[in-house]
Ligand binder design. Structure first.
Ligand SMILES: O=c1ccn([C@H]2C[C@H](O)[C@@H](CO)O2)c(=O)[nH]1
Ligand SMILES: [Zn+2]
Length: 132
């Protein structure tokens, strides 16, 4: 599974996004180390903050199926630049991804920005900060 194949899968699931409020559709494809792919699209709600981003849908689907080891996440939207994941999704990535997991942020024209989780969210709050 290469970078472009993962991005293609994110583009395809983007078509399922439920976005009557923003009309901004996002697709995400999460590749596990064992080669499985979990897909997500953003799902909005009339109570706006209840909406969930594509990235978190994909991550939570994988976690709820018992997946623990991840290779890469592709995120696609119809943007000029590669679509940047929001801060909440970066925090969730930092909880479940090793620092070297690759994030491919892309737009529909395959303008791709490749980042690690550490680059997306340096100095992130994590469970070790809860230790007294
Ligand atoms: O990386 C992103 C950025 C935004 N959104 C969603 C949230 C909301 O449904 C819409 C507009 O913010 O796009 C995502 O799913 N992922
Ligand atoms: Zn987000």
């Amino acid at each position: 599974m290469d970078q472009l194949e993962l991005i293609e899968q994110a583009k395809k699931v983007r078509g399922k996004a439920y976005t009557p409020y923003s009309n901004f559709k996002v697709g995400a494809a999460l590749l596990t180390k064992s080669g499985k792919v979990f897909l997500g699209c953003n799902i909005e709600n009339a109570a706006y903050p209840v909406s969930l981003c594509a990235e978190r849908v994909a991550i939570f689907k994988a976690i709820s199926e018992g997946e623990k080891e991840f290779e890469a996440l592709a995120v696609v939207a119809d943007t000029h630049r590669p679509v940047p994941p929001c801060g909440s999704c970066r925090q969730v990535m930092s909880e479940f991804f090793e620092k070297e997991v690759t994030v491919y942020a892309s737009n529909l024209q395959n303008k791709i920005k490749t980042l690690t989780v550490e680059e997306l969210l340096p100095f992130s709050f994590d469970s070790s900060d809860l230790d007294l």
